[in-house]
Write a protein that binds this ligand. Structure first.
Ligand code: SF4
Length: 129
């Protein structure tokens, strides 16, 4: 399952809603330890934390807005070279603390979309069982 990028976004790769098996098998605590172990190799350790929370204190930008698109592009750029990007994204998807800001190369709305897609997939699988 993949989340298709917003049609107005000229992005090189869509954000995948699926998770590699080795990440999916980790419990949330282990995931958090894994992300922490990224240490100084994580780009966010060398940037202003506020760069990762562009919309804090306000509602997330609407998906059709220019602000949203800018955030999407920026999210990918901030985390692009992170060695624990996939793990960080999964942790953000699972935890309340990851509801706001940029985590794992995704914005808030992007993660809402991923959660929604996952829920739909789970419901479809249950209905088919
Ligand atoms: S994916 Fe982004 S937010 Fe997560 S640890 Fe890496 S640089 Fe930081």
């Amino acid at each position: 399952m993949t989340i298709v990028a917003h049609p107005r976004l000229a992005l090189s790769a869509p954000v995948r809603a699926t998770v590699p098996e080795h990440v999916e098998m980790l419990d949330t605590e282990t995931l958090a330890e894994f992300v922490d172990a990224g240490g100084d190799a994580r780009p966010c350790q060398h940037k202003d934390p506020e760069d990762y929370f562009p919309l804090i204190g306000s509602k997330p930008a609407k998906p059709e807005s220019k602000r949203y698109i800018e955030e999407q592009v920026r999210a990918r750029q901030l985390c692009q070279d992170c060695p624990v990007l996939v793990e960080c994204r999964e942790l953000a998807l699972r935890t309340r603390g990851g509801r706001h800001g940029v985590w794992g190369g995704t914005s808030e709305w992007e993660r809402v979309n991923i959660r929604t897609a996952r829920l739909a997939e789970t419901r479809a699988a249950k209905a088919a069982a």
